[in-house]
Design a protein around this ligand. Structure first.
Ligand SMILES: [Zn+2]
Length: 126
């Protein structure tokens, strides 16, 4: 029994990707802000320049990684399947992410597996 309560794993990954990318942008921008704030100040110029370059590089990596995580998560949200020729749904390779799909019995409202031909509760045709 697997209940699909709470946010979808792909959605969590998407949020993590967004946060990561935002952090990267902030880190990246902070190097320019501190460069602007220290404009004309050449004390410890080399040390500051190195820490700024480090922050810029890490910010850039965060942005790329966040964007990649976000992109992968977004692509997983979209169903990759399509209709088979006989009209049944082909879930494609992402079927494990979609979780169980239940359908409700039209006569007794009981939840049944999508693949079930007859209702578990009342035995009616689904
Ligand atoms: Zn039923």
């Amino acid at each position: 029994m697997s209940n699909q309560n709470g946010p979808h794993p792909a959605q969590i990954a998407k949020h993590v990707g967004t946060v990561l990318a935002s952090l990267g942008v902030l880190l990246f921008l902070s190097t320019f802000i501190s460069a602007a704030l220290n404009f004309g100040n050449f004390d410890n110029f080399h040390e500051r320049g190195r820490s700024m370059a480090l922050r810029a590089v890490f910010g850039f990596i965060f942005m790329i990684a966040g964007g990649a995580v976000h992109g992968v998560a977004s692509s997983k949200e979209r169903p990759k399947g399509g209709k088979f020729n006989d009209g049944t749904w082909n879930p494609g390779s992402d079927s494990e992410l979609a979780g169980p799909i239940n359908i409700r019995c039209p006569s007794c409202r009981a939840l049944n597996d999508e693949a079930a031909k007859f209702c578990d509760q009342c035995g009616k045709n689904l």
